[in-house]
Ligand binder design. Structure first.
Ligand code: SF4
Ligand code: SF4
Length: 156
């Protein structure tokens, strides 16, 4: 399957010596590993602040490609879909999956060897078992009160 994320034209290992806020839009986009976990519904414990991801995915998530089915126009369908950027990462890092490249770099950590920018292929994310390809159920099929039956362990 071709990789819809354009990683061409970015300098090798650019993320190792560039701050997130100094990255170009192309570099920022290239950081996404395509795991699909930010399209999962999460449960937050109001008392402890603990966050659990569920395998209940946004209705626009395409489980077979592990991608948003309407990325460019998604806000017309899902207005609450977040826009991750250098200025919003601080607000979202706490709930992003432990393997998310943006979270890892924001926390001062390294990208994993299976990241497509290192492996050279988007398939490595799926092979490493950290993506949600063919592993979700649609929120259209699951009542909100049943989400807790679908909590996933991280990383999956
Ligand atoms: S969780 Fe992070 S790396 Fe995974 S798809 Fe979302 S933004 Fe990309
Ligand atoms: S609208 Fe698209 S990008 Fe946003 S959460 Fe849903 S599937 Fe993911």
């Amino acid at each position: 399957m071709s990789d819809p994320i354009d990683r061409s034209g970015v300098a090798p290992r650019f993320w190792e010596d560039k701050r997130l806020e100094d990255m170009s839009p192309a570099e920022w986009e290239a950081l996404c590993d395509g795991c699909g976990k930010c399209c999962l519904n999460k449960l937050e414990d109001e008392d402890t602040g603990e966050v659990a991801l569920t395998r209940v995915a946004c209705r626009l998530f395409d489980d077979s490609t592990c991608r948003c089915a309407r990325y460019a126009t998604r806000h017309a369908y899902v207005p609450e879909c977040i826009v991750l950027s250098p200025s919003t990462i601080a607000d979202h890092a706490y709930w992003l999956p432990a393997t998310c490249a943006y979270r890892l770099l924001w926390e001062g950590r390294r990208l994993e060897p299976w990241h497509p920018l290192i492996s050279g292929t988007a398939e490595s994310v799926h092979r490493a078992g950290v993506s949600m390809r063919r592993a979700t159920v649609s929120e259209a099929a699951i009542d909100d009160e049943d989400w807790e039956d679908h909590i996933i362990e991280e990383p999956v």
